[in-house]
Ligand binder design. Sequence first.
Ligand code: AMP
Length: 468
Amino acid sequence: MYDEIINEPQWHEECGIFGIWSKTASVTDVCYLGLFALQHRGQESAGIAVTDGMHVDIAKGMGLMTEAFRPRLPGITGHCAVGHVRYSTVGGSVLANVQPFLASFSGGFISLAHNGSLTNAQETRRRLENAGCIFQSSSDSESILNLIAVSQAPTVEEKILSSLEQIEGAYSLVIMTGDRLTGVRDPHAFRPLCLGRLEDGYVLASETCALDAVNATFVRDVLPGEMVVVDRTGVHSYFLQKKARRSSCVFEYIYFARPDSVIDGVSVWQSRYLMGRRLAREYPAAADVVVPVPDTGIAAAIGFSAESGLPFVEGLIKNRYVGRTFILPDQTKRKATVEMKLNPVQANLAGKRVVLIDDSIVRGTTSARLIALLRRAGATEVHMCVSSPPITHPCYYGIDTSIRRELIAAVSTEEEICRKIGTDGLHYLSLQGLLESVGDGMGERMCTSCFRGDYPTDVSECLAEAGI
Ligand code: AMP
């Protein structure tokens, strides 16, 4: 057990976070609903911590929200709560790593939920361990808790700020202390975080779809390097001293976020639609129909169809009760799950030249299986169009895009990829096309390191860990 928890390899996490502060109401159910709207960001475990200011209760478990909280939800009636859904793809799934983390320190108790990955996690942890700190999990997020606990700064706000000056990488956080809710976004603003208003309080969430789920009114996105604190007197804003070039994750728009969310003022659905339009201009395929890989390829396929004039048809039907295929650790299981999850509609494919639209190719497993399925259903040609550029570098900021040698575009030429996935034509959206599709000039302020390897922070620790 010790080995499993402490010595497992560092994993990449994809997560959703939610926090609520209310003057009067009991917030547990609202927190549950908000988190439920973020289920797409993590299906492996979930947790909620609630406080009434005096007492604190936490419930967490493995699996989807419905499974994780089947035994119980936090039992106390409280005014503040933080929640987390998590999806990790490497390493053991153990309850010790499930967030939020809860601990007590000189300032009372503290509960924290983190979305993102730190790029100086090992160095930070080693330093804390050498200073006598003890850890219960292998998560980098626990280091943040320890940094706050050992800080000599006079107030909780200053303890949090001084701790965050010591870490690097991606972190959007929700933190609950006795009487207040705190939200933080790292200076690069890698991962999203927004603020919403309720009749009698405020919420913080990874995505606006969670605000909609709890009838909160969108107030604003938390700014890069900003810490917002909600308490009885309202919302207070502080800033980290560390300044950085804004590098919000472009993959949120391509794949990860829900299409009904708006991140930093840009609609995720609209971005995907524009990526599809741009793809059609870049690759005017001679074809009969446009088929999306559901669900994340749908908006881009609608855009491709609108631009090209080719009809949009459903060529693949998704069994919505099968989880995301990516999560399965071995390749054989992953292959089987693709077929369990997607089945072709012969009536829309037989005798047709098909443009197949997916949001991304990572390892190439999904595309190879789907193209074979379409051919078996009678498609005469399949042209694979991808609404993002080739992924050539791993993400160290909280999206699991696999390790480098598993990334098909890192180890193969486009010609080889065509052969491996069995397509008649392959087109990836150009980087410029991608950046121009993410509206309002946001494109230029995005992290594109999975396409270019131009990591905005020092990632030497991550590279060393990967043996590079
Ligand atoms: P692959 O089979 O490895 O090429 O995976 C590509 C498929 O996985 C695409 O259909 C994407 O929608 C999906 N995908 C891309 N990135 C991720 C991710 N980080 N986690 C889970 N699924 C992903």
